[in-house]
Design a protein around this ligand. Structure first.
Ligand SMILES: *[C@@H]1O[C@H](CO)[C@@H](O)[C@H](O)[C@H]1NC(C)=O
Ligand SMILES: *[C@@H]1O[C@H](CO)[C@@H](O)[C@H](O)[C@H]1NC(C)=O
Ligand SMILES: *[C@@H]1O[C@H](CO)[C@@H](O)[C@H](O)[C@H]1NC(C)=O
Length: 472
């Protein structure tokens, strides 16, 4: 162990900071100048960025060492990580070995979850200390729950998106995957800085308004005493599709927080039921416009056929996208056409606003983005955090996610139902491993959600909750 450390310090050359010699991995949509960045797509098979993403520079300055880039759903589009040009990601919890240590394929392999499935699998199997993913509508929290690790999505704009290939700009956030909440905090402390290169990075002004609002936990506080903390249980999250094991663990999580002094309150977020549909319309509309740049001129692969038939040049070039991505581009383009803009895109924007006000209504802390002088600070009858499930089931089988059955397509979208509301509102959320299913033995996570800018309270409560996972 000691030898190993000396070795890694030699690679870096000197002691740098809090992450010296720590091995990390990056989802393959973070630009790196040393390795290619494929986004899981044939479109980018020859792409190498001239620069690193800002968050990677921050981690390298602190001494972290990249062990590799991780697989993902093509352009982040998927909840199971089965749509990648490199093939699906297997959930490490479902990989069996025979007596010769060869992998045994029993047809029962589970997905790692998407779209940051490679990052989750790398952390869950112990290949690295932490991995960066991106969370547009649950892409970090979902795989974390399926693989039995921690997945943290900070407030929108907290960590720079410069150098992260966009799926839906108004929703994309950098996410952190680790085995424990304190590990996630170590990475978060290094990357949550203002960056001029990202126009959506939270400005120093908003950061200072935010800091003037009291919050339950201060940075890096380590206490198990939750007296005075109010935890909300949103009743709309009790959906009929929810597995029994998940409901039981959710209840166990609630009682655990209560046993540490927290007050539990039932709250209502009535717009939750529309969030999923609104999310897909908004995310796909933004994606259709983002992915338009892959036309083979500056970005994207250029078809070999291009010289033979000019008329087919564009069509052949766009053929480099996978089936799921094409489907999403078509849906997004449709939502933005003159005839459906008013019926779909605008309605979805209204729902997004309703989802945000639902959250602002339940949280104690006012939202620093909508803070006005007449706000009288915190409302003590409201809550600090919400506790909910992450998924409706444990990790599905790879086979079931690859079939072309229409119902399965819809089912994979439904998996996002608990994770998209926090994405639409841009507020911080974290998935914490909380046990295994009594039916199939696969991991189950619980989600905590906090007000915008209150990432420290979220992490503080998460540190307490994760200890409850091993309690009978
Ligand atoms: C980041 O950029 C520097 C300078 O171009 C390069 O040496 C380093 O390898 C890059 N990091 C990664 C992870 O590619
Ligand atoms: C911002 O972008 C410029 C190039 O446009 C680059 O030189 C600089 O390093 C970037 N800043 C960070 C913090 O990555
Ligand atoms: C927002 O304010 C809270 C409480 O003062 C603080 O703990 C947190 O770190 C702040 N977040 C940012 C981004 O400044």
């Amino acid at each position: 162990m000691i030898l190993l450390f000396i070795f890694t310090f030699n690679i870096v050359g000197s002691f740098n900071g809090s992450l010296d010699g720590i091995p990390v991995a990056y989802k393959d949509l973070f630009c790196t100048s040393s390795l290619s960045t494929t986004c899981g797509s044939f479109m980018l098979k020859n792409f190498k960025s001239p620069f690193n993403a800002t968050v990677i520079n921050f981690l390298e300055e602190a001494g972290a060492i990249m062990i590799g880039k991780t697989n993902m759903d093509e352009f982040g589009m998927g909840a199971a990580n089965v749509y990648s040009v490199h093939g699906p990601v297997y959930n490490p919890q479902s990989i069996l070995f025979d007596e010769n240590h060869f992998e045994k394929n029993d047809g029962d392999q589970r997905v790692a979850g998407g779209s940051s499935g490679g990052s989750a699998a790398a952390v869950a199997s112990g290949m690295c200390f932490a991995a960066l993913g991106s969370d547009t509508g649950g892409s970090v929290r979902l795989p974390a729950s399926y693989c039995g690790i921690v997945g943290f999505k900070p407030s929108y704009g907290q960590c720079s998106r410069w150098g992260l290939i966009a799926y839906a700009n108004s929703l994309d956030t950098v996410g952190i995957l680790t085995r424990t909440v304190s590990d996630a905090q170590m990475i978060y402390d290094v990357i949550s800085k203002f960056d001029m290169n990202d126009s959506t990075s939270i400005t120093p002004d908003v950061r200072s308004i935010n800091s003037s609002i009291p919050s339950f936990f201060k940075l890096n506080s380590n206490t198990d005493d939750l007296r005075g903390l109010r935890v909300g249980v949103p009743k709309e999250y009790f959906v009929s599709e929810l597995g029994e094991s998940i409901v039981n663990l959710w209840k166990k999580g609630i009682s655990y927080l209560k046993s540490h002094g927290a007050t539990i309150v039932s709250v209502s977020c009535p717009s939750t039921r529309y969030a999923l549909s609104a999310y897909y319309i908004l995310a796909l509309s933004e994606a259709s416009s983002n992915l338009a740049r892959f036309d083979g001129v500056r970005y994207g692969h250029r078809s070999e056929e291009s010289n033979k038939n000019d008329g087919m040049l564009y069509a052949n070039t766009r053929g480099g996208f996978g089936k799921e991505v094409k489907k999403r581009i078509i849906l997004g383009t449709y939502a933005l056409t003159a005839g459906s803009y008013g019926n779909y895109f605008l309605q979805a924007q209204k729902i997004r606003r309703m989802v945000k006000s639902d959250f602002d209504r339940v949280f104690k802390r006012p939202n620093p983005l909508r803070f006005t002088k007449k706000d009288s600070g915190c409302n003590e009858n409201k809550v600090d955090v919400l506790i909910t499930p992450v998924t409706i089931s444990t990790a599905p089988k790879i086979e079931d996610c690859l079939t072309t059955n229409v119902n399965n397509f819809i089912n994979t979208y439904v998996n996002d139902v608990f994770v998209v509301p926090a994405s639409l509102a841009g507020i911080p959320a974290i998935s914490i491993p909380f046990g295994i299913s009594s039916i199939d033995g696969f991991p189950i996570g619980l989600q905590l959600i906090a007000q915008y800018g209150d990432d420290d309270t979220l992490l503080g409560v998460a540190k307490v909750l994760e200890k409850g996972a091993n309690q009978k």
